[in-house]
Design a protein around this ligand. Structure first.
Ligand SMILES: *[C@@H]1O[C@H](CO)[C@@H](O)[C@H](O)[C@H]1NC(C)=O
Ligand SMILES: *[C@@H]1O[C@H](CO)[C@@H](O)[C@H](O)[C@H]1NC(C)=O
Ligand SMILES: *[C@@H]1O[C@H](CO)[C@@H](O)[C@H](O)[C@H]1NC(C)=O
Ligand SMILES: *[C@@H]1O[C@H](CO)[C@@H](O)[C@H](O)[C@H]1NC(C)=O
Ligand SMILES: *[C@@H]1O[C@H](CO)[C@@H](O)[C@H](O)[C@H]1NC(C)=O
Ligand SMILES: *[C@@H]1O[C@H](CO)[C@@H](O)[C@H](O)[C@H]1NC(C)=O
Ligand SMILES: *[C@@H]1O[C@H](CO)[C@@H](O)[C@H](O)[C@H]1NC(C)=O
Length: 406
C-alpha cells in the first residue's frame, strides 16, 4: 500500500472516525483538568485555609494524637506531699518523646506567690497529674487519651498544666476533641496566654469550664476581665451554652479561632461565641490546665475529690511571630533558609500556592490539598506540551483504526 493510498483512505473515513476521536480526546483530558482535593502531607502545604464564620489562612499546622498510646497508658496515684508534687517525674516515656517535648512543657509551679486574693487553698501543679489513660468508655472511640487531673488533698490542691514551648503563636485556629469530667469545684481550660508586668498588659483568650456550673455552660473570656480596682469588664466575657443539648462531660470538638480582630469559639462546628474586645495582639503561649484554688471563681473541692480534662487529640493551625521575622531577614540577605518554605509552596511575596485544609479532611490530623496554584500555572504555560499526550494517543488509535499502521 502506498502512502497516497493510505491517506486517501484516511480522509474518506474521517467523518465516522472523527466522533470517536473527539470522544477519546475528551475522556483522556478530563483527569488532567480536574484534580479533586486529596490527602497530602504538611510538607506539601504552603498554607492552610479554615472554614467557619470567617475563613482564614494560616502558615503552620501541628497535630497531637493521644488516641493510640496504649504502651504509655497508666493512671498514677496522687502524690500527697506538696513539695514532691512539684518534683514528680513524668508519668511515661511519651512525655520524653521529641514529638511531645519539642512542643509542650509540663508545669510544676505553685500559687504561693501572686495567688488570687479569694483563693482559700494552696495549689501546686505536678507532672504526676499529666498522663496517658486507657479508654474505659463502653464503646471506646480511641485506645487512649491524655488526662490532666486536679485533686483536693488534705491541705492543698494538686493540679495539672501543659504549656507550649513556643510563645510565638500569633493568630491560631486550634481545636481539641475533649471532655471534662469529675467533681464540682474545679476549672478546666484551653487558652492563649501572654503575661505582663501589670494586669492590663496580660493578653489572654480563655475557654473555661467550671465543674460547679450547669453542664452545658462554658465561659469564654479575652482577659483581663476586671480592672486593678475590681471593676468587672462585662464585654470581656461571653457565657455560652453548648449546642444540641451537649454537656461538657460529652466528647466534643472545642475550637478557638483567634484572628487580628476577634476571638471566635466553636463547639462541634457551631459558633457559640465571639469577642472583639481585648483581642490578643502579640505572640502567645498555648495552655491547657485543670486546677482549683478554693476561690469564688473555681469553687471548692471536697477532700479527695478530683476533676479531669481528657483530650483525644489537639490540633492547631497558626502563624508565628518568629517566622515573619526570619522570613523578612532572610529575604533581605537572600538567605537560603527561605528555600524550604518556597518549596512548600510559599512564594517570596508571602502568598501561598499550595493551599490545604484540615476541615475538609477524611483523616483527622492529615491535611487535604485544596488547590495547587503552581500546578495550574505550569499546566497552562507548558500546556501545549502536556496536552499533546492525549492527542498523540488519539492519533495512534485513529491511524490504527484506518489501517494506516498495518
Ligand atoms: C468545616 O467543614 C467541614 C467539612 O465540610 C464541616 O463538617 C464543618 O461543619 C465546617 N465547619 C464550620 C465551622 O463551618
Ligand atoms: C497568617 O499569615 C499569612 C501570611 O503572612 C497571612 O496571609 C494570613 O492572613 C495570616 N493569618 C491571620 C489569621 O492573620
Ligand atoms: C512554690 O513556689 C515558690 C515561688 O515560685 C518557690 O519558691 C517554691 O520553691 C515552690 N515550692 C514548691 C514545693 O515547688
Ligand atoms: C479581691 O480583689 C477584688 C478585685 O480587685 C476586689 O474586688 C475584692 O474586694 C478583693 N477581695 C478581698 C477579700 O480582698
Ligand atoms: C458569666 O458567668 C459568670 C459566672 O456565672 C458571671 O459572673 C458573669 O456575670 C457572666 N457574664 C456574662 C457576660 O453573662
Ligand atoms: C472554700 O473552703 C474554705 C475552707 O476549706 C473556705 O474558707 C472558703 O470560704 C471556701 N470558699 C468558697 C468559695 O466556698
Ligand atoms: C504543585 O504543582 C507543581 C506542578 O505540577 C508541582 O511541581 C509541585 O510539586 C506541586 N506542589 C505541591 C505542594 O503539590
Amino acid at each position: 500500500m502506498t502512502r497516497g493510498g493510505a491517506l486517501k483512505k484516511l480522509i474518506m473515513r474521517l467523518p465516522t472516525s472523527l466522533s470517536s476521536f473527539v470522544l477519546l480526546l475528551a475522556t483522556t483530558s478530563v483527569p488532567l483538568a480536574t484534580a479533586a482535593p486529596s490527602l497530602t502531607q504538611d510538607s506539601q502545604c504552603g498554607c492552610y485555609l479554615t472554614n467557619g464564620t470567617e475563613a482564614g489562612y494560616f502558615s503552620k499546622h501541628q497535630f497531637f494524637d493521644f488516641r493510640n498510646l496504649a504502651q504509655h497508658a497508666g493512671v498514677p496515684a496522687a502524690i500527697t506531699d506538696f513539695d514532691e508534687n512539684a518534683e514528680a517525674k513524668k508519668t511515661s516515656q511519651y512525655f520524653e518523646s521529641p514529638e511531645w517535648k519539642d512542643a509542650w512543657m509540663i508545669g510544676s509551679w505553685n500559687n504561693s506567690v501572686g495567688q488570687r486574693n479569694d483563693s482559700s487553698v494552696k495549689m501546686v501543679n505536678s507532672p504526676n497529674n499529666v498522663y496517658i489513660e486507657a479508654n474505659g468508655d463502653p464503646h471506646p472511640a480511641s485506645k487512649t487519651w491524655l488526662t490532666l487531673r486536679t485533686q483536693r488533698l488534705a491541705d492543698f490542691q494538686t493540679a495539672a498544666e501543659i504549656e507550649s514551648v513556643s510563645m510565638r503563636y500569633q493568630f491560631v485556629s486550634m481545636r481539641m476533641l475533649a471532655r471534662t469530667v469529675g467533681a464540682s469545684g474545679a476549672i478546666t481550660a484551653m487558652f492563649t496566654y501572654r503575661g505582663g508586668q501589670n494586669l492590663a498588659d496580660v493578653q489572654e483568650s480563655d475557654l473555661e469550664v467550671r465543674t460547679m456550673d450547669p453542664r452545658g455552660l462554658i465561659h469564654y473570656t479575652n482577659q483581663p476581665s476586671y480592672t486593678d480596682d475590681g471593676m468587672t469588664k462585662t464585654e470581656a466575657t461571653a457565657n455560652a451554652t453548648m449546642p444540641d443539648g451537649l454537656e461538657w462531660t460529652d466528647w466534643a470538638v472545642h475550637r478557638l479561632d483567634w484572628t487580628p480582630t476577634k476571638t471566635r469559639w466553636y463547639v462541634n462546628d457551631h459558633q457559640v461565641a465571639q469577642i472583639s474586645f481585648q483581642t490578643p495582639r502579640d505572640g502567645s503561649k498555648i495552655i491547657l490546665n485543670a486546677w482549683s484554688d478554693g476561690g469564688e471563681w473555681t469553687g471548692n473541692m471536697s477532700r479527695n475529690d478530683a476533676a479531669y480534662l481528657q483530650v483525644q487529640w489537639f490540633e492547631i493551625l497558626y502563624n508565628s511571630t518568629t517566622e515573619a521575622v526570619a522570613a523578612t531577614m532572610s529575604r533581605r540577605r537572600e538567605d537560603a533558609h527561605l528555600l524550604p518554605i518556597q518549596r512548600r509552596g510559599q512564594q517570596q511575596d508571602g502568598t501561598c500556592k499550595a493551599v490545604c485544609s484540615i476541615d475538609q479532611t477524611t483523616t483527622q490530623g492529615q491535611p487535604m490539598m485544596l488547590w495547587n496554584n503552581s500546578a495550574q500555572v505550569l499546566t497552562s504555560r507548558g500546556g501545549s506540551l502536556l496536552s499533546l499526550v492525549p492527542w498523540i494517543t488519539a492519533m495512534v488509535v485513529f491511524f490504527m483504526s484506518t489501517g494506516f499502521m498495518a
